[in-house]
Design a protein around this ligand. Structure first.
Ligand SMILES: C[S@@+](CC[C@H](N)C(=O)[O-])C[C@H]1O[C@@H](n2cnc3c(N)ncnc32)[C@H](O)[C@@H]1O
Length: 315
C-alpha cells in the first residue's frame, strides 16, 4: 500500500532545521520530539519526558494485566535478600524503582542507552547505568540472580537478540532466572485506520532490519543457547479502547501517545501530511472500538542450567 522509496522519503521527510541536530548530545529533534541519534541504533521511539511518562503508565498497565511485575518464581528469594537483579533497557526505571522498594534487601541495577530519563529519586539498593547493551553487558560472568528485559522489540535485529541473549547467559549465575516481556506488533481485529498505522510500523521495522515477529522466536533463541531450561510463556490480551473498560481506555491512550511519538518516523513511510497523520490518529479511537482491536503481550522466562556439563567446551 505504501512505498518506502528513497524519493518519497526525501519528499516527505519532516523538515529539519540546523537547530534540530546536536550530534554531540546524541539526540535529534524531529517535529518537536527528541529521539536517539546514535549510529547503528534503529530504535524508533522518542526519548523525551513525554515518552518517559508514557512508559511509566505502561509499567502500571503491564503490572495490572499480568498481576505482578514478573512471573519468574523469585519473589521469596528477593524478599529473603542478597539477590542481584538487572533490568536491561530500563527507560525511566519504573520497574527498578518499584521492585527495589518492594525488596529492600536485594540490589537492583537499571541499564539504558539513554540516562536522561533515569529517576531523580535515589534508592539505597538501586543504581542506574548508561550503556548500549549491544556493546555487551559491563559486568563479569555469573553476576546476576535475575535479569529482566521489557520492550526492546523495536531495538534489536534477530542477530542482536541472539547476541544479547548470549550476554545474558554469560552474566547470569547458574540457576539464575531471565524474563522478557514483549508486545506482539501484529494487532488483533484491525479496522482500516489501525491497519494503516500497523502497515507503516511494519515497514519502519523492516527498514531497520527489525523482525516484528521476533516475539515468536524468543523461545527458540533461549533454547538454542543450550544454557536455559524451564522455559515458560504467558500470553495476555490487551484490549485497545473503551470496549475493554477502563483498562482498554488506558491502553488506547498509551497507544495514541506512542503513535504520536512515532510520527516523525512514520510520516515519510506513509507519505502523507502532518495534518492527515493527525486526522488518522483522531479517527483511531472509533476504529478500535468498532472492531474490538487488541494486541497480545507475551512474558517468556527461564532458568540458567545448573548442569555444569552445559558449559563444557568441546575439544
Ligand atoms: C520501550 S522502552 C522500555 C523501557 C522499560 N523497559 C519499560 O518497560 O518501561 C525501550 C528502552 O530501551 C532503551 N534501549 C534501546 N536500545 C538500547 C540499547 N541498545 N541498549 C540499551 N538500552 C536500549 C531505550 O532507550 C528505551 O528506554
Amino acid at each position: 500500500m505504501f512505498s518506502s522509496s528513497a524519493l518519497k522519503k526525501k519528499k516527505n521527510s519532516p523538515s529539519l532545521s540546523k537547530d534540530d541536530f546536536n550530534i554531540l548530545d546524541s539526540y535529534i529533534t524531529i517535529e518537536g520530539r527528541k529521539y536517539h541519534n546514535i549510529d547503528g541504533l534503529g530504535y524508533p521511539l522518542p526519548c523525551d519526558e513525554s515518552e518517559a511518562s508514557r512508559l511509566i503508565i505502561l509499567h502500571f498497565i503491564f503490572r495490572l494485566i499480568f498481576g505482578g511485575n514478573f512471573s519468574s518464581p523469585v519473589s521469596d528469594l528477593l524478599s529473603a535478600g542478597g539477590m542481584t537483579v538487572l533490568d536491561i533497557g530500563c527507560g525511566p526505571g519504573a520497574w527498578v524503582s518499584e521492585n527495589c522498594k518492594n525488596y529492600p534487601k536485594s540490589t537492583f541495577i537499571g541499564l539504558d542507552i539513554i540516562s536522561a530519563n533515569f529517576p531523580s529519586e535515589k534508592f539505597p539498593n538501586a543504581a542506574f547505568i548508561q550503556c548500549n547493551v549491544l556493546d555487551g553487558i559491563p559486568f563479569p560472568a555469573n553476576t546476576f540472580d535475575f535479569i529482566h528485559q521489557r520492550g526492546l522489540l523495536r531495538a534489536f535485529t534477530s542477530k542482536d537478540w541472539r547476541n544479547v541473549i548470549d550476554e545474558i547467559c554469560r552474566v547470569l549465575k547458574l540457576g539464575g532466572r531471565v524474563e522478557f516481556l514483549e508486545k506482539d506488533l501484529k494487532f488483533i481485529n484491525m479496522g482500516p485506520i489501525m491497519k494503516t498505522f500497523s502497515d507503516a510500523m511494519f515497514m519502519e521495522s523492516a527498514e531497520n532490519d527489525i523482525n516484528p515477529y521476533v516475539i515468536h522466536k524468543l523461545d527458540e533463541f533461549l533454547k538454542d543457547t543450550g544454557k536455559i531450561e524451564n522455559i515458560e510463556t504467558i500470553e495476555k490480551i490487551a484490549p485497545i479502547g473503551s470496549w475493554g473498560g477502563r483498562l482498554g481506555e488506558l491502553i488506547f491512550r498509551n497507544l495514541f501517545n506512542s503513535l504520536n511519538g512515532l510520527r516523525g518516523k512514520l510520516l515519510p513511510i506513509l507519505d502523507i501530511s502532518i495534518e492527515k497523520y493527525d486526522s488518522l490518529l483522531n479517527q483511531l479511537e472509533e476504529d478500535v472500538n468498532k472492531n474490538h482491536t487488541s494486541y497480545r503481550l507475551v512474558r517468556i522466562f527461564g532458568q540458567k542450567k545448573l548442569d555444569h556439563a552445559a558449559y563444557q567446551i568441546n575439544p
